[in-house]
Ligand binder design. Structure first.
Ligand SMILES: Cc1cc2nc3c(=O)[nH]c(=O)nc-3n(C[C@H](O)[C@H](O)[C@H](O)COP(=O)(O)OP(=O)(O)OC[C@H]3O[C@@H](n4cnc5c(N)ncnc54)[C@H](O)[C@@H]3O)c2cc1C
Length: 249
């Protein structure tokens, strides 16, 4: 396993805002943006050392953290492998997520995250930002939840969805123009519409989310977000993240 000593020895600089585009550069809306992470007080430790630091308090030995980076990483691996997971609960990360409603619905089943989401009662702004798949997949015959391969006529599928989106948007605007309140006019908004929310969780729970949503049986549309979350967390906390990933729990 690769040891990132640089990260263990230096305070982390997250001045470079970390943004990922889960559906690629051509999708104008889909975003995973790191908004905030736990910061240490003082310069002795960095947040990637938190699992070792917090675990060692059991032996009143937190101060040993940083003395031997191999031992720190060994301890973090041991913790994760033996499902001693609470030391991974002291690093918090907040992301801004822009994702289709279908993905948000799946995402918010993860109850250990804290959420705040744009309201279509307050604003008509989110309405009309629609997700358009690059690839139309076929329904899998064995697994009722799954998809595989590609539909032959991709362009026709895109046209069908595009027409439906346009109809929905026109109908929404028509209702608003008739004086209908936003909280009712939104009944017409399709589940492919993008929504925007903030999600905060600690590292343990981000990893649980990642593990469930990166798996092959998760829907492609949410897997791309899990991938982005994983890449960002790995870049800010490489040692903690690798301990969790290697634990295979
Ligand atoms: C591929 C896939 C397919 C899915 N399909 C469906 C589906 O068809 N229908 C459907 O309804 N859901 C579905 N889900 C959602 C799934 O059932 C979970 O709601 C979701 O994955 C969140 O997992 P979680 O409860 O472990 O996470 P969290 O809510 O973040 O909870 C994390 C952990 O905290 C503990 N916990 C939290 N709340 C409680 C509680 N109230 N009681 C006891 N322990 C608790 C549990 O140990 C839990 O694992 C699917 C999920 C996946 C990944």
């Amino acid at each position: 396993m690769e040891l990132n000593k640089n990260n263990l020895n230096n305070n982390l600089n997250i001045n470079n805002i970390k943004i990922k585009r889960p559906y690629g550069e051509t999708d104008p809306y889909a975003i995973v943006e790191l908004v905030a992470i736990t910061q240490m007080q003082g310069s002795k430790y960095n947040t990637d050392q938190m699992p070792a630091l917090s675990a060692r308090v059991s032996h009143a030995a937190s101060g040993k953290t940083g003395e031997n980076v191999e031992r720190d990483l060994g301890l973090m691996n041991y913790l994760a492998q033996n499902f001693h997971m609470t030391p991974f609960e002291h690093q918090s990360a907040t992301f801004k997520i822009v994702t289709p409603l279908i993905v948000a619905r799946q995402w918010m089943r993860h109850r250990t995250q804290s959420y705040n989401e744009v309201s279509m009662r307050y604003s008509a702004d989110p309405v009309g930002k629609f997700y358009m798949p690059d690839v139309w997949r076929l329904q899998a015959s064995t697994n009722k939840q799954a998809s595989l391969g590609q539909v032959a006529d991709q362009e026709v599928c895109t046209k069908i969805l595009s027409d439906a989106y346009n109809n929905s948007l026109n109908a929404y605007n028509k209702l608003l123009s008739m004086g209908v309140c936003r909280e009712q006019a939104r009944l017409i908004v399709p589940v492919g519409n993008y929504t925007e929310f903030y999600a905060t969780a600690n590292l343990r729970n981000w990893f649980a989310f990642y593990k469930l949503r990166i798996a092959q049986d998760a829907q492609w549309e949410i897997r791309q977000y899990a991938q982005s979350i994983g890449e960002i967390l790995e870049s800010i906390w490489p040692n903690s993240w690798s301990a969790l990933k290697n634990s295979n729990k």
